[in-house]
Each structure stands twice: as C-alpha cells, then as structure tokens.
Ligand binder design. Structure first.
Ligand SMILES: Nc1nc2c(c(=O)[nH]1)N[C@H]1C(S)=C(S)[C@@H](COP(=O)(O)OP(=O)(O)OC[C@H]3O[C@@H](n4cnc5c(=O)[nH]c(N)nc54)[C@H](O)[C@@H]3O)O[C@H]1N2
Ligand SMILES: Nc1nc2c(c(=O)[nH]1)N[C@H]1C(S)=C(S)[C@@H](COP(=O)(O)OP(=O)(O)OC[C@H]3O[C@@H](n4cnc5c(=O)[nH]c(N)nc54)[C@H](O)[C@@H]3O)O[C@H]1N2
Ligand SMILES: [Mo]
Length: 833
C-alpha cells in the first residue's frame, strides 16, 4: 500500500511539471484575445490542463482554443473510456447555442397551444429577452397563483464542480424570488432510502460500507446481488478516482486461485461477472423476494439460522415466521418448491444455495436496480432479514451492503474535509421577494417520481411514507442539471401531462428532449468552459481537484452562476445571490474554507494556499482506515442502538404495519407485479421483460450526444436492444437489424444486438438513450430508443412512492419499411420570424 502511494506521487509530480505556467493565467490571456466569441487561440502548443468529471480526472490538450486530446489523470490507474467522449460532448451537434423560445409560446406566452410542445420549433432571442421573459413568468406565477404553482425540478446528475453546481445556482436564485413546490427522494434509491430507516435505522444506501480490504481478507462467500460494479463504478458523484478497481482486480485473482466463492445473482450475465470470471445464479426478473423467502425457509427448517443473533439484535422474527411457514391468511409455506415456480431456480438449488450461505463467512452485496421495480421496498427489507438470519451483520467480511457499486464505496474515507458548494439556500437574514408560503392546501413537497401524476390528478391526495401528499396542479416548472425527459418513466403520459403546463424553462448545454419540450431554453456552458473545484473521490475524500477552464464558452453559452445572477439582477437581488464575489473569488472562498478545516486536523491534511493549489491543480490525502459496517452495533447494541423505533433491526415494523398500506405491510412479503415475464401477469401478451439498467458508456443521458462515443455502440444509428440469439431467430431478427420495441405505452426503433448474456425472454435497453419522437403527437414512435418510452409510471408502493421502471414488459418485432432517421441530436428547428 505504502509503495503504491509513493509511486503515484512520483508519477503525478512528473505530470505536474508539464504545466508551464498557472493555467488560470493562460485562460485569462486566451479570454482577452477573444475575437467575435471565438477563442483566438493561445501560444502554448501543448497546453495540457487538468479538469475533472463524473468519469474521472483528466488532462486535456488545448490547441488554438480547442480541446484536441484527452488523457486520464496520472493518479487514475483504471480510467474509463467515457472520458474519451468529452470532446464529442463539447463539440456536439446537440449543443444549445443560443437562448431559444418555443415558437407558439413566443407568440402567445402562457396561452400557447401546448399540443405543439415537442414539435421542436423555436425562435432565437437575445439573453436580455430570454431572462426578461423568465423573470416575467416568475412574477406572473407568484402574483396570480402563489408558490403552489411553481415546481422547481429537483436536482439531477448535473456536472461535477462545487461552484457551478447548477442545481444549487438555480434553487438559490429562485428562492430569492419566491417559494415553490419542491421534490423529495430521488430516482436512484427511491424505495431503498425510505424502507431502510425502518429496518436498519438509517438510509444506508448513501453511506460508506465495509472496506474492500476487509472483504478481501475475510469473506468466504461474496454474493453480488443485482449489482454490476465493474460497469457502474466507472462514474462517481464527485470527480471519480476509480480506486475500487484495484480491489476488484485483487478479487479476480483470489477467484482464479479458488480462495473465495463469488456468485452474481442476476437475470443476465453482467460485466462484473465476466470481468471477475465468477459464478452466476440466474433468477427470473423481479422474483428475488420468493428466492430469498425460500432461502429463509431452508435456513429455518434446517436450523441453519443464527437464533442468537436474532434474539440479541433484531425484533419481529416471531411475527414474520408464520408468514414464512404459511400460517397466515395466504396459507402458503414459502418452500423452495413454492419459490421455484416463480423465480425459476430449482428447489434443490435453492436448498444448496441456503446451505452455502450459512456455512461460511458471507458478504451480501446488493445493487439498486431491484428496488427500482414495483414493490421495490420488499427485496431490500427481505435482504436485511436474510442477513440477520445468517447472523453475520457487523462481522468483518460478513453481513450486508447495498452500495458497493457506487462512487467507490468500500474505499474508506481519508477523513479530510472536502470543499463546500455554492449555497443552495438563502443566507441567514435574506428573504425572498415573495415570501408567501400559502400553498392553498396543496403539498409543498411531492415525491419526485410523482411529478407527472401531480399534473394529471390535481388536488388528489395520496399516501406517502406515513403521511399524506396533496398534488398541486403546478403551472410552471424549471429544469436545470437534470433531464426529465430521460429519467421519468412513460413518455406518452408525460406528453399529456406537460400539455397542462403554462411555462417550462430549461437550462442546459445540450439540446435534450427536456429542452425540446420546454418553452424557454437557456444555453449553459459545459464544465470545460469555466473554472471550478471538486472533491476527488466522493467517499474516499482522496483530495481536492481543480477543474480548469479548457476553452472559451461556446456560442452564447453562460455559466449557470452567471445565468442566475442575471435573473436575480432583474429583481434587485444580484448581489445577495452572488455575495458580490466572482468565479475565482468563489473558488478561493470555497477552497480556503476547506483548507482551514483540514489544516486544523493536522499534518496529513495540510493544504497549500489557494494560488499554489490552483497552479498545481490538486491536493491529495492519505488513505483512510478500513472499517466494517455495523461493527459498533454488533459490539454493543445498547450503546450503539440503531435509529429504528426499537433500536434493533426490525424484521417486523409496527410503524409500517400501523400505516395500513396494502403494498407494504409489517414485514417483507412477496407481492405479484402488475406485469412480469416468465409466466407472470401479462406475459402472454408481452414476451419480454425489458430491463433499463444504467448504461455502460454513458452517465444516464450524458454523453449520448457525444457522436464518436455513441458510434461505438449504436446500431444503424440507434440504441442497441440486447436480445438472446434464439429469441431473435424466432422473430426473424439478425444481428444489426432495426427492430420495433413496443407495448401499449409506447414504441421505439432500436437496433438488435444479439448476445448470449441475455437469457430467453429478457431484453436490455439502457436508460439515458435520448428520447427522439418522430413528432409531437402522443404515441409518436421514438426514433432512437429511450426505454422510458415504454416503461410504466407507477409507484413502488404507498410507502416510498418511488419509480418502478424495471417493471416493464414489451414485444419486439423486425422493423418493416424505411425507418425515419433518428432526430434527437441536431438541436431545435430554428424558425426565423
Ligand atoms: N428506465 C430507467 N430510467 C431511469 C433509471 C433507470 O434505471 N431506468 N435510472 C434513474 C436514475 S437512478 C437516475 S439518477 C436518473 C438520472 O436522471 P438525470 O439526473 O436527469 O440524468 P442525466 O442524464 O445525468 O441528466 C443531467 C442533465 O444535466 C445536464 N447538465 C450537466 N451539467 C450541467 C450544467 O453544468 N448546467 C446545466 N444547466 N445542466 C447541466 C446534462 O446535460 C443532462 O441533460 O435517471 C433515472 N431514470
Ligand atoms: N456506467 C454508469 N455507471 C453508473 C451510472 C450510469 O449512468 N452509467 N449511474 C449511476 C447511478 S445514478 C446509479 S443510481 C447507479 C445504479 O446502480 P444500479 O441500480 O445497481 O444499476 P443497474 O445498472 O440499473 O442494475 C444493476 C444490475 O441489476 C440487475 N437487475 C435488474 N433487475 C433485477 C432483478 O429483478 N433481480 C436481480 N437479481 N437483478 C436485477 C441488472 O441485470 C444489472 O446487472 O449506477 C451509477 N453508476
Ligand atoms: Mo441514480
């Protein structure tokens, strides 16, 4: 460990020597020499500049004001190909070039014909016109209706960078003007983050978990359950370090040496399984709960469960047991024979699997995809029950994790403080121009996944996590740093809902489908056209990294900070918003705050003054100390009581039972899905389960606009639909054919990619493929292949009200006739008035 760290220090200092002079000086010079919005170039032939992204830190070679070449930062020993998509993103045909206003909205404002939304006809306006319109709309909404009529689309994956954290820029600015309807929860762990506090006492999903070092040393069984870390660890919330890959490589070696038993429980062969060359346990999609229940049944029947652990650390096993044994109303014992019919795993294999788990030190590692399905709360709860019965929670290399696929979780934190962000909220003493908090009986916060339902069911009251939410029929919405027309399920339902909106404002650097369905679109800079700083390592807190401006802003683009400053200027709050600081002053302020905190922590965390840091480009901290998740609770459950009502792991939750919900009761249960493949509901009508998992070469919809990267995976310019060769053959589909994928919710043209990694009856269409409808009509075919054209917009249950995008059946057929060209990547149709 020591040695590798030394090695890396020499490699990065060698690299730092390539910076001939402080990059910000170079950037300033280039700006001064700017001609007609085009960078005139600078004198440094090989000007390499350091920046960062969700895909890792990298250096870019700038020539004549253009990014020519990208290479990974020296510290990153496992960079992802995705950084090679950055150039294509900056110079994409889909860039938002100028402030644009939808044609009919330009003519008729809030009285516009909203059925035209999505036809993509826009008028170019000046920044002043656009910001005036934006401001006038905020005024109109607050004066005519009040805060219930404005929804500010809760944050998304924006870009890295603590100052130009565009969601913060937006929320602070809008909060300066007035109050609005905001959102709760997220798309990632919507069900998990709600159920786990009842069961394990905290949200768990976003906390660091047992260190890989310990898992590698102690675990005898590692079960990767619905998780694909080798694919998903390519990206991180902050600037990603890819440190987990060093551990995954060691794990691969241990598997080869037959020193550990590793199994991937997944309907498909994952990238992780292939990389590790580990075993595979197939399970029918959406049926992990019956599989887990049957394992629990075997553990109980064969007395393989840890009774002592259940007694000491959990409550409610007695309430759960009758359900397991078939002594409740349903009178169904959850035997392996019962489960086999649902989950497709032979009863004998289930028995063997249960014995294998119980016999050795077992680390269960779950991903998030199985909670992104109807009743997504249940597999997470049942997983905790299973881990409790195995009794290894809190032991090194044993127990449960829900997040080793995310942002290098499993790499311990250095303990250093990371730079703060541009403030989301108003400063103490600041007040909005319109302070009204009169929501007219509507809820001021809605569960994020219910944003469409709000518009379609105004005034309706729903259950949500023990409380009630009343849908506000909001009139205006603002999106920045998210792509609503990628992330939310059911396009055609969204089309109908959006028609009820008077005004939609989008800020983005790329012309996403969300821009296309907006009324005012404002061009933001990419993170490569401004200066910023970020944490290096979201959980490892490995260091602080400078994100240096690489090139001048393209076209009319402005940073989000400047855009919202300009908006605030219209109601006299520019200074309150910016605190009178400019970009570099903010960076220095954020950095120095962090430096002060770290320098107080001792030598290991010392940071140089800002100017020195900025010149060098980064600060790095030593590795943290490995730890075991829930070890303190295991050591002393009284002193370190969990945050559950009882302080123990809750196999039965009185609190949830007291809500009286029909799809989330007092203990984990199997609920049949609205649609399910392999013999489940609607499987006669629709032949395939469509999984819309996270993309291998994108971050959601980000980088889809990067043509060179996109061309490495598309088929005839369309998103690939991965399908089993036998299934394809039965449908007369060959590799590379265009196919139509559809159900009663929507249809898309995609390209067939045949692969044995996908068993019969299962297709994959990766999320984030850009929605590219042929026209504005409801039902129009999607010409590129966004899975959310077909997915269903139903809640997981009354508890979490989260997305259920992986509950989705489709049919597939060979595309007949001449397919319309994909139309999503070319920006708006500009209408000259
Ligand atoms: N079917 C299906 N759907 C899913 C999922 C799934 O598994 N299946 N996963 C869900 C999950 S977990 C998530 S987290 C969501 C992700 O949903 P989003 O967070 O909406 O996804 P992104 O594509 O990352 O969108 C970020 C947007 O911010 C823009 N952006 C980036 N930087 C800046 C900036 O500096 N300024 C401005 N103004 N804009 C910027 C990007 O161009 C992009 O359009 O998707 C969800 N949707
Ligand atoms: N490359 C890349 N990495 C990413 C992201 C990205 O967009 N691109 N997004 C990041 C974000 S925001 C998030 S939220 C995470 C998402 O992390 P996850 O939600 O964990 O990831 P997914 O890729 O959707 O799915 C992981 C695995 O779950 C399996 N699976 C799906 N349904 C079932 C089921 O019913 N049973 C079982 N046993 N397995 C099932 C899939 O086959 C897949 O192999 O990834 C993060 N990492
Ligand atoms: Mo996510």
């Amino acid at each position: 460990m020591k040695q590798s760290r030394r090695q890396f220090l020499t490699s990065v200092s060698a690299m730092a020597a390539t910076f001939a002079m402080p990059s910000f000086l170079v950037a300033r010079k280039a700006n001064a020499a700017q001609v007609n919005g085009q960078a005139a170039g600078n004198a440094f032939m090989n000007d390499w500049r350091l920046s960062g992204s969700h895909w890792g830190a990298f250096e870019a070679r700038i020539l004549n004001g253009r990014v020519e070449e990208i290479k990974a930062f020296g510290y990153d020993k496992n960079p992802t190909e995705m950084i090679q998509g950055i150039k294509g993103l900056i110079y994409s045909t889909a860039r938002v070039r100028y402030p644009m206003v939808r044609l009919d909205w330009f003519k008729n404002r809030q009285h516009s014909d909203t059925t035209q939304r999505g036809d993509n006809r826009f008028v170019r306006v000046t920044w002043d016109q656009a910001l005036d319109m934006f401001y006038e709309e905020l005024e109109r909404i607050q004066q005519n209706y009040g805060p219930w009529a404005l929804q500010v689309g809760g944050g998304g994956w924006r870009s890295t960078g603590q100052l130009h954290s565009c969601v913060n820029n937006m929320i602070r600015a809008i909060s300066m003007h007035g109050n609005f309807v905001s959102t709760a929860g997220d798309y990632s762990t919507g069900a998990g983050q709600i159920i786990l506090p009842y069961v394990l006492g905290s949200t768990v999903v976003y906390a660091n978990n047992t260190s890989w070092e310990i898992i590698l040393k102690e675990s005898e069984n590692i079960i990767f359950w619905s998780t694909d870390p080798v694919k998903n660890l390519q990206v991180g919330w902050n600037c990603e370090t890819h440190e987990s890959f060093a551990w995954l490589k060691k794990l691969k070696q241990k598997i080869a040496d037959k020193k550990v038993n590793v199994i991937s429980v997944d309907p498909v062969v994952t990238k992780t399984q292939k990389f590790l060359e580990c075993d595979h346990q197939y399970v029918n999609p959406q049926t992990d709960v019956p599989f887990m229940l049957a394992i629990a049944y075997v553990l109980y029947e064969e007395k393989l469960y840890d009774k002592k652990f259940l007694d000491m650390y959990t409550v409610g096993f007695e309430e759960f047991l009758p359900y397991l044994l078939g002594k409740t109303e349903d009178k169904v014992a959850k035997t392996p024979e019962w489960a086999e019919k649902i989950c497709g795993i032979k009863a004998d294999r289930i028995r063997e699997f249960a014995r294998m788990l119980a016999g050795k030190r077992t680390q269960l590692i779950f991903g998030w995809s199985i909670q992104r399905q109807q009743h997504g709360e249940q597999p997470y709860w049942m997983a905790a029950v299973l881990a409790s019965m195995l009794g290894q929670i809190g032991l090194p290399g044993g127990g449960i994790s829900y997040s080793h696929h995310y942002s290098s979780i499993g790499v311990p934190s250095s303990g250093a403080a990371m730079p703060g962000a541009f403030p989301l909220n108003l400063d103490p003493g600041q007040t909005p121009k319109y302070p009204s908090t009169d929501y007219k009986g509507y809820s001021s916060v809605i569960p994020i996944a219910r944003a469409t339902d709000c518009l379609l069911h105004p005034g309706e009251t729903i259950n949500y996590n023990g409380s009630k939410v009343t849908y506000s029929p909001y009139k205006m919405v603002i999106f920045s740093g998210c792509n609503q027309w990628h992330r939310q399920p059911e396009r055609n339902k969204m089309k109908e809902a959006f028609r009820r909106l008077e005004t939609i404002v989008s800020v983005n650097y790329s012309w996403t489908a969300t821009c296309r369905f907006s009324d005012i679109v404002l061009p933001a800079t990419t993170p490569y056209e401004r200066n910023d700083i970020d944490a290096y390592g979201s959980y490892s807190n490995r260091g602080v990294i400078a994100m240096k401006q690489l090139i001048d802003p393209m076209y009319d683009a402005r940073s989000d900070f400047d855009i919202f400053k300009g908006l605030c200027a219209r109601f006299g709050k520019e200074k309150e918003y910016s605190r009178g600081l400019n970009e570099m002053q903010w960076l220095e302020f954020l950095y120095e705050g962090c430096r002060k905190e770290n320098n107080a922590k001792g030598k290991a965390f010392e940071m140089p003054p800002f100017a020195e840091f900025w010149e060098k480009g980064y600060v790095l901290f030593p590795e943290g100390k490995p730890f075991t998740f829930m070890e303190d609770f295991r050591n002393d459950p009284e002193l370190n009581a969990l945050g559950t009502p009882s302080g123990f792991i809750e196999i039965y939750s009185r609190k949830i039972a007291s809500y009286g919900y029909s799809h989330c009761k007092g203990h984990p249960m199997w609920f049949e899905k609205e649609e399910r493949s392999h013999g489940g509901p609607k499987s006669n009508e629709y032949k395939f389960w469509m999984q819309s998992i996270h993309p291998n070469k994108r971050l959601h919809s980000q980088l889809c606009e990067s043509a060179p990267l996109r061309e490495t995976y598309t088929i005839q310019g369309r998103e690939p639909l991965y399908i089993n060769p036998k299934d394809a053959a039965a449908l007369g589909i060959a590799q590379g054919d265009l196919v139509r994928v559809y159900n009663d919710r929507g249809q898309a043209i995609v390209g067939a990619h045949l692969s044995d990694d996908y068993p019969a009856g299962i297709v994959r269409l990766q999320e984030g493929a850009w929605y590219s409808p042929l026209d504005a009509k409801i039902g129009a075919i999607d010409t590129y292949g966004d899975p959310n054209t077909m997915t269903i917009d139903i809640p997981t249950s009354e508890l979490a009200q989260a997305v259920s995008s992986n509950t989705c059946l489709v049919n597939v057929e060979k595309y007949q006739g001449k397919a319309p060209a994909p139309n999503g990547f070319t920006g708006p149709i500009v209408v000259d008035l």
